[in-house]
Design a binder for this molecule. Structure first.
Ligand SMILES: O=P(O)(O)OC[C@H]1O[C@](O)(CO)[C@@H](O)[C@@H]1O
Length: 551
């Protein structure tokens, strides 16, 4: 039995030998600063730089020594990391609270690979859907697929939320340079009607295709927006039969798709062993494929796969996702870091931090481990960020001189996407400068030597010793994006494996859904005077009702 089942007993993390050793090691090195660590070892950058899946990770500007890495490896071994990783790739039901396998790696496996769920190889199913997606995407992109009135499709609106939105939106923006510039892509998630209105106000219904993306096909926001989309279309095109030409679905729920009125011939399937936040490379990527074309989409899958192979085969001390994940644990649990910044130096990765928020916070935002114990350590950190250089003129002040320790992942690309090359030098200079500044800061002596008056020196000192990773790729192309996403997927897995939490469920989002359902009824039924919430919620509902009655 390779994975941790519901009833298996894993020793508490904090009682493990490696954990105590790391605590002692932390006490010994926590006051060391990066200046001295670099001064001591001229080869430090080289020693702490690894390559994998076409990406380079320079993690030398972390508060670690070679011994830290040995202890990381020991911790991973003690926490059954190798068995857990094998269990995931073997298709064991490691999502124990939902009794599901976790096999997003199968979504990007080559045709001849074997990934089994319940003894059945799912790779042929994956490729059958990919082939159908490709055929459909070709028809839409070439104009062979016509709308109800015979016009070609020029607008694609993806309707979905969470994993059925953040991935597609992020990937579209990231790869827009590879997209068909004659087509427009819009993404609607929020149940706020303003999102749909804004996304469609300049679109011609005759040329618009809606992709309804929902794993369950029951999600309130998505179903509501899909209904609005259908009404919008019918109001403009008049006939119910138009739906068939303007709506396709991506889901695991064929019955739900049919009930909505979408022909299941126009449904692209995925499976319960694909978590929503791990689904961008499944049929949920249909809008991405429509934008960049099947070849580019397959290149993205190849990038994912490269990172999967690296994650499965590289020794831990040279394994990018393992290092990234273990460093996250290191700062969260030993340095008390509450958050983790993701700072892509690429405008096209504007939504990457938002994508990572769901990936990491929905996965590891847990406070009970798989043996049902309340944990006595920090789990998933708060993930946030914005593209550089914009962030520099906003929150970097706090990164450099604030009281919080915020480990940062910098992401950069050696070649520009834009032909405006000189600004790329500016962009990259800023990227390298920020990591340097955070790590090494500026001492009081250095400030004074610049001629700053004694009264002002204290304000201008930069303590430094603020850790960061530098992740580099040659170019932000489909392959690199795939590798980057897979890097973080597996890093998330590594963190969850160490913490012993279930990274693949999300029970925490259920309560809000249930409460909202009840309140929806109460907002709509003005004649139901008895509200049995707390006094605050009662008053808020009453205030809303009064405003509706007044309007
Ligand atoms: O794809 P669906 O089923 O509409 O779900 C959307 C999102 O809702 C969640 O279940 C959270 O509520 C996410 O995990 C998921 O990505």
């Amino acid at each position: 039995m390779g994975h941790l089942s519901h009833d298996a007993v894993e020793a508490p993390l904090t009682t493990s030998v490696a954990w105590s050793a790391l605590a002692a090691h932390h006490a010994a090195i926590k006051d060391r600063d990066l200046r001295s660590l670099f001064a001591e070892d001229p080869q430090r950058a080289e020693g702490f730089t690894v390559e994998g899946g076409g990406l380079t990770l320079d993690y030398s500007k972390n508060r670690i020594t070679p011994q830290t890495i040995s202890l990381f490896v020991q911790l991973a071994e003690e926490r059954g990391f190798f068995q857990k990783r094998a269990a995931m790739f073997r298709g064991d039901k490691i999502n124990v609270t939902e009794n599901r396998a976790v096999l997003h790696a199968a979504l990007r496996a080559p045709r001849d690979a074997i990934f089994e769920v319940n003894g059945r190889n799912v790779v042929p199913d994956v490729h059958a859907v990919l082939d159908r997606m490709a055929a459909f995407a070709e028809r839409v992109r070439s104009g062979a697929w016509k709308g109800h009135t015979g016009k070609r499709i020029r607008n694609v609106v993806n309707i979905g939320i969470g994993g059925s939105h953040l991935g597609p939106e992020m990937a579209y923006l990231a790869l827009r340079a590879f997209s068909d510039r004659d087509m427009r892509f819009r993404f609607v998630a929020n149940v706020d009607g303003a999102a749909f209105t804004e996304a469609t106000q300049d679109l011609d219904a005759e040329e618009t295709l809606f992709v309804i993306s929902s794993k369950t096909f029951t999600t309130l926001e998505t179903m509501s927006n899909a209904d609005i989309a259908r009404a919008w279309l019918l109001q403009r095109l008049g006939e119910e039969s138009a739906v068939a030409k303007h709506f396709v679905a991506v889901s695991t729920n064929a019955a739900g798709v049919k009930a909505f009125g979408i022909d299941t011939a126009n449904m692209f399937e995925f499976w319960d062993w694909v978590g929503g936040r791990y689904s961008l490379d499944s049929a949920i990527g249909l809008s991405t494929m429509l934008a960049i074309g099947p070849d580019n989409f397959r290149a993205m899958l190849a990038g994912f796969h490269d990172m999967d192979v690296h994650f499965r085969t590289a020794p831990l001390a040279k394994n990018l996702p393992a290092l990234l994940g273990l460093l996250t644990v290191w700062y969260a649990d030993f340095f008390g870091a509450q958050s983790q910044a993701v700072l892509p130096y690429a405008q096209a990765l504007a939504r990457f931090p938002a994508y990572l928020q769901q990936l990491q916070m929905e996965s590891n935002g847990k406070s009970v481990d798989l043996t049902r114990r309340r944990v006595d350590y920090q789990t998933g950190p708060i993930v946030w960020g914005e593209p550089g250089t914009d962030g520099q003129h906003s929150f970097y002040q706090l990164l450099h001189q604030g009281t919080h320790l915020v480990p940062a992942d910098f992401i950069g690309f050696l070649e520009p996407l834009s032909p405006l090359a000189p600004p790329h030098d500016l962009l990259m200079a800023n990227l390298f400068a920020q990591a340097e500044g955070l790590a090494f800061g500026k001492t009081a002596e250095e400030v004074a030597a610049e001629g700053v008056g004694a009264n002002d020196v204290a304000f201008r000192v930069m303590e430094g010793n603020r850790p960061s990773n530098m992740i580099l790729a040659d170019r932000l192309d489909p392959r690199a994006l795939g590798a980057l996403v897979a890097l973080y997927e597996h890093s998330t897995f590594v963190q969850g494996a160490i913490w012993g939490v279930g990274s693949f469920d999300q029970w925490g989002v259920e309560l809000g859904k249930v409460l909202a359902k009840k309140i929806i009824g109460e907002l709509r039924d003005m004649d139901e005077p008895k509200l049995a919430h707390d006094s605050s919620t009662n008053a808020l509902i009453a205030r809303y009702r009064a405003s509706r009655a007044g309007g």
